[in-house]
Design a binder for this molecule. Structure first.
Ligand code: AHR
Length: 498
């Protein structure tokens, strides 16, 4: 079977914002404690962070890193987690029914971010917190000195401001499970007040307001419209979240979910554009897809209930080959929508629905790690429009889809193509034809594939699903033909010439 992808270097979508390769670290389960921060580990560095985990995370080149939650943030008071460690209280986190020692807090997170070259993306508490508490935290972080909270930061040993530019106005406030969940208008008013105070404190910041966190909720899109009606001039981004799964063990259908991610982005963006035009606002609000992943196996019962313990094992999904293909599908969708999606955060980064697991001092790389690494390496440049002609199939839930899911990024004379072959049994020939240029040669390419969609890495067999370099390509008359194995993710960079 053959799929042809038609491109033209002038038919661009937009520059790919590097922040779509963001991550998310929440005080949840073993993400912070035993995940990134474990002073007792043989891998601990001077900050108490695990160098084995950090080295693996560096390979993913995360940009914006969202912190400290998540559902956790809706009951979080930042002042509990700053200053001398022996004075920090033990607190009870109601979102995940866990005990929080506050030994790792926002100041430590900023230090870690500097070390990792992450852009901190802080979420304030709009569940039980107030606009004033949020504004105080901003003063603590961004104001040089001379006033109460700025001076407090200095007393804590941080002379220079942290200068945090990206802030989220709460988390998933449309979700009935959220601490402090309220109707759209109530949230919108509080978000607007918080935004105003925060920007009065530091006008240089950018803000993300909570949009709909799941298409299944009855308030989907209507929530977004109401929130934007109130906050449109105060915020830069509207948040979008999405978790997907394969509870019916139907791989073909699961792989087609990318269709619905496209629709979710387009529908939410259409609300942003509609409010922009009807209200004649100064500028358009863009999308921050700040939680995305596969999450369905560890989503109920003991997996989400910490039973009052410190660092309980929660949301510890084990990822397989088909999940890696779906992760690549999310990234393709973000790249294809580079004109509206400016930030996206993989939820999350270690132990909790994550590409990396730890057990004692051991570490395991999961299947979804590889597509993220393969894409992130090739992320610089401009997304190109694609015209794709090839065989299709009809999925149960998501309608007709192409067997090949694709995206492309152009960076000078380097063209990176990202392909997912959703055919479970047959290989696919993919032809890359560029209207105004020729493919000269393959620079490098990698693939993740396998025969069993449920194959997953384990501590006994850690390399079952992984990327391998891949050179199965022919180039004739300026057209590249890539032979994709069945059930595969491919990322390759081609040199092109005009
Ligand atoms: O990422 C896990 C949880 O999923 C987050 O805490 C919450 O925002 C979402 O429901």
């Amino acid at each position: 079977m053959t799929t042809t992808i038609h491109l033209h270097t002038a038919f661009t979508v937009d520059k790919v914002d590097p922040r779509i390769f963001g991550g998310f670290l929440e005080h949840l389960g073993r993400a912070v404690y035993e995940g990134v921060y474990d002073p007792a580990s043989i891998h601990a560095d001077d900050l108490g962070c695990r160098t084995d985990v950090l080295d693996a995370l560096k390979r993913l080149r995360f940009t914006a890193m969202r912190y400290p939650g998540g559902n956790f943030v809706s009951g979080y008071h930042w002042q509990d987690a700053v200053g001398p460690r022996d004075k920090r209280p033990l607190t009870r986190d109601l979102a995940w029914q866990s005990l929080e020692t506050n030994q790792f807090g926002p100041d430590e997170f900023v230090q870690l971010s500097e070390r990792m070259d992450w852009t901190p993306m802080m979420a304030v508490n709009l569940g039980t917190g107030t606009p004033e508490e949020a504004r105080n935290w901003l003063e603590y972080c961004n104001i040089d000195g001379g006033s109460r909270y700025a001076n407090l930061r200095r007393e804590h040993g941080y002379e220079k401001p942290h200068n945090i530019k990206l802030w989220c106005l709460g988390n998933e406030m449309d979700g009935p499970w959220q601490i402090g969940h309220v109707p759209a208008e109530t949230y919108a008013i509080s978000a607007q007040q918080t935004a105003r105070m925060m920007k009065m404190c530091d006008p240089s910041i950018e803000l993300v307001v909570c949009g709909s966190c799941a298409p299944e909720l009855p308030t989907y899109l209507e929530w977004d419209r109401q929130v934007l009606e109130h906050c449109r001039d105060e915020v830069e981004y509207l948040s979008v979240h999405r978790y997907v799964g394969n509870p019916d063990n139907d791989t073909e259908d699961f792989l087609a979910v990318t269709n619905s991610i496209d629709r979710q982005i387009e529908a939410t963006d259409s609300v942003c554009r509609a409010v922009h035009h009807t209200r004649k606002t100064r500028r358009r609000v863009y999308l921050s897809f700040d939680e995305w992943n596969v999450w369905y196996r560890a989503r109920t019962g003991e997996h989400v209930d910490g039973r009052g313990k410190f660092a309980p094992p929660l949301l510890e999904e084990v990822y397989n080959l088909e999940d890696a293909l779906v992760a690549a599908g999310f990234l393709n969708s973000f790249i294809r929508h580079a004109d509206s999606v400016k930030i996206a955060n993989l939820a999350q980064i270690v132990n909790v629905i994550a590409p990396i697991l730890t057990k004692g001092d051991e570490m395991l790389i999961q299947s979804i790690f590889y597509p993220i690494e393969m894409y992130s390496k090739r992320r610089e440049g401009t997304s190109l429009q694609l015209r794709l002609d090839g065989p299709r199939y009809t999925s149960k839930q998501y309608g007709e889809v192409d067997y090949v899911d694709a995206s492309a990024i152009l960076d000078g004379n380097r063209l990176s193509v990202f392909l997912v072959n959703r055919d479970l049994n047959k290989p696919m020939e993919v032809k890359i034809k560029i209207g105004d240029a020729s493919v000269v040669k393959l620079l490098d390419a990698e693939v993740v594939t396998g025969k069993d969609p449920r194959a997953a890495n384990s501590y006994d067999c850690p390399n079952l699903v992984r990327s391998q370099s891949y050179e199965d390509i022919s180039i004739e008359g300026g057209v590249a033909t890539i032979s994709l194995p069945p059930m595969s993710v491919y990322a390759g960079t081609l040199e092109i010439a005009k």
